[in-house]
Each structure stands twice: as C-alpha cells, then as structure tokens.
Design a protein around this ligand. Structure first.
Ligand code: SP5
Ligand code: ZN
Length: 383
C-alpha cells in the first residue's frame, strides 16, 4: 500500500467556539505529526507530496463537480476579505455571525447568499467549529488534492511507485489484490455537503475521490461512464455531507457506522435510505450505534454494512477513516481499543480484497494514540 502525505496539510490552525469559549480547534496539526512520526518510527515509507499550482487548479475543478462554486470561493477568500477589513488577524478565524432561516416562509424557496461578507460566514457553515484562518485554504486544497492523487495512484503499478520512493511498499503477494492508497487528509471532509463547512470539514474529500475515480474511468473508456462505487464511513460521526452529496445517486452506495444521536445531530438515522429516485433508494445505509458500545457490537454492524457493499459490487471503495471511535476520544463514546483497528481493517479487506480502495483520514482526536491506532489499522489491512 501507498501512504500519501503533504506538509501543507499542517498549515491550517483554526479556532472554534465551544462551551462559550473561543479555543484552538480540537482538530489540530499535531494529529498528522503524530501519525507521520509513528509511521517513520515503524519504517513505513511515506510519499510526501506538495501540490503545484496546476494540481490545485485541477483539484478545484474536480471539487466543483460536487461543491457549489460560490461556497468554495467563500472558503478560499473570506479570510483575506476579513483581514483587509481589519476584523481578523492572520492567525484568527473567520467564524459565523448569523445563520440562514431554513424554514422561514419569507425566505422561500430558500435563503440566498447574503451580500455582506461577514454574514456569508454563517450562510456557508453549519457550526462554529469550522473557522477559516490565513492558511486554511492551503491545507484544504492540499487535503482534497491528496484524495484525488490517491485515486490516480491506484491506477499506477505500485512497483513503479516503490522504485520512485526507494523502498518496497507492498508485501509479497499483495499485488494480486485490489490496490490500496491511504491519504493523510487534513482537514477532514465528510461533514461538508458541498454547500457549507462544518465539523472541521471544508471540502468533502470522499466526494473528490469519487469524482476523480469517475474521471479516470471515463477518460480510459473515452466516454462518460458511471462505475459502481461504495463509500464506507467509519468515523465516529455520521458523514452527513457525503450522504447528502450522493443521496440520489444509485451508483454510489454510502454506508456509515456512527454514534447514535451524536454530532451532527440532524442526520444518521436508519430511515435515511437514499432517493427520491427509485434506484437510489437503499443506496444509503445508516448504522447508528448506542453510546458506550463495545467492539463486538461494532463488529455486528460492520459485518452488516459490508454485506450491503458486497451486494452493490463496487469497482472502487472509499473508506472515510476516523479514529474518534477510540475509547478515549473526547468527541466519541465507543469502547474501541488500539488492537481492534487491526481486526476492523482485516474484516473489511477480507470481504473486499479485490476492490481497489482509497482510505482517507477523517477524525480522531487523542493525538498520542492516533499513530498507534493508525499503525494497527495498517497492520490489519495488509496482514
Ligand atoms: C471530522 C469530525 O470528526 N468532526 C467532528 C466534529 C464534532 N464537533 C462537535 C463535537 C461536540 C461533542 N460534544 C461532546 C460529546 C462527547 N461525547
Ligand atoms: Zn468524527
């Protein structure tokens, strides 16, 4: 397997507003530092990239397929507008001031983007955890670029990549299986629905991966094709954004295991099944799990989720991998331990060994346990 990293993902360091206090966001650059240090200490070789201007432009084009143009323009420009107006400093964060009124009869058929640049921060976000500081966009586009590159790399013979980074990256025998590329995305993506930021997410990296896969396949066949794809979301939180983007798409099966009644609070129930088109109904599978659930309870849902994916028979798998299911996570509440991540990975791989996959980092907030948990996952995947 190949692991992709970009140091630009460390630049974003926003503030969030929690419990009546403005504090550094729990989603910090130290998360990535802990993972990369653990990988290096265990002799894994990282493929460290830095995106060129052309890479960034291409990534933005792919993101535009599932994200609103004006939304992305806001995310990329809001901080500099607020900075020139003297409202924030370089390290300070743009945060919402006023949210839209979704059910107001006077704003039907729906609220419009406000002209006021300060008000727009509220229009384009759904919580106060998605601040934008001077270098946020650098990380956001780098993160999305890693997702797109991961997809390109599942199409490249991995021994060529191994030569390029001067190491053997695949254990003997693994070439026969579906290839895997892991991207150390930061910021995460699964809460972004293409029109607003939230839950530390600004661009939905899983959606970028899906679009990138379709682009590669369409290019290869010389015409637009719609291969079957599955997104397995293992972050503790429901991926409302990914669900929303693919809700009426019969080709993309979305399966999520997440904490019941937890953030983002308004989505994630079993009766959200996709649609309205008949062929999209059943292509969204939510598997909520109660507070305090053990790993064996988790595994029952994973087995059920994998059955749906095997039945969908995808050509390509995206895993939204969060480590906030860990027992000590401040934002989660499952009883999952480090060694369980090996079993989790092994179980997914056993069912879907021939399917090329990209694994994208989502949440996980106990910094000093992220590296060990990530290593356990890798060990299980390739065992
Ligand atoms: C990508 C990702 O994991 N985003 C998560 C954002 C969660 N933000 C709000 C968390 C509120 C948690 N409240 C305390 C729950 C403790 N069980
Ligand atoms: Zn999460």
């Amino acid at each position: 397997m190949i692991i992709l990293h970009d140091p630009d993902t460390l630049r974003h360091e926003a503030a969030e507003f929690v419990g009546a206090k403005l504090t550094p966001a729990v989603e910090s650059p130290d998360r990535i530092r802990n993972i990369t240090e653990a990988l290096i200490a265990s002799n894994y070789k990282l493929l460290s990239l830095s995106s060129t201007e052309e890479d960034k432009a291409q990534t933005l084009e792919i993101a535009h397929l599932t994200h609103d143009k004006q939304y992305l323009h806001h995310v990329s420009s809001a901080h500099s507008l607020w900075l020139s107006a003297g409202i924030v400093g370089p390290q300070e964060s743009v945060l919402p001031e006023c949210f839209p009124f979704p059910h107001s009869v006077t704003s039907q058929p729906g609220p419009r983007p406000p002209k006021d640049v300060f008000a727009r921060a509220g229009y384009y976000a759904f919580d106060l955890s998605s601040g934008i500081m001077q270098e946020s966009w650098t990380s956001i586009i780098a993160s999305a670029h890693l997702a797109a590159r991961a997809v390109e790399m599942i199409h490249v013979p991995h021994d060529q990549v191994a030569d390029a980074i001067g190491t053997s990256i695949a254990p003997p025998g693994s070439q026969a299986k579906g290839k895997t590329v892991i991207a150390l995305c930061r910021p995460p993506g699964h809460h972004c629905d293409g029109r607003r930021a939230g839950g530390y997410c600004y661009i939905n990296n899983a959606a970028v991966a899906v679009s990138a896969f379709r682009a590669v396949q369409s290019q290869a066949s010389g015409q637009p094709v719609s291969p079957k794809i599955a997104v397995l979301d293992l972050d503790f939180h429901h991926g409302n954004g990914t669900q929303e983007i693919f809700y009426n798409d019969p080709d993309v099966l979305y399966v999520s295991i997440h904490g019941e009644d937890e953030f983002p609070y308004y989505t994630g129930s079993v009766d959200e099944r996709g649609g309205p088109d008949a062929d999209a109904v059943g292509k969204n599978v939510n598997l909520p799990l109660r507070t305090g659930s053990s790993f064996s309870e988790y595994m029952k849902l994973l087995t059920e989720g994998l059955k749906h994916i095997v039945k969908h028979d995808p050509m390509f798998l995206v895993i939204s991998m969060g480590f906030d299911t860990f027992r000590l996570d401040p934002l989660g509440n499952f009883a999952i331990d480090t060694e369980d991540y090996a079993v989790m990975a092994r179980t997914v791989r056993d069912q879907l060994a021939d399917v090329p996959a990209v694994v994208l980092l989502e949440g996980g907030y106990v910094v000093e346990h992220l590296g060990p948990n990530f290593l356990a996952f890798l060990g299980g995947w390739d065992s």
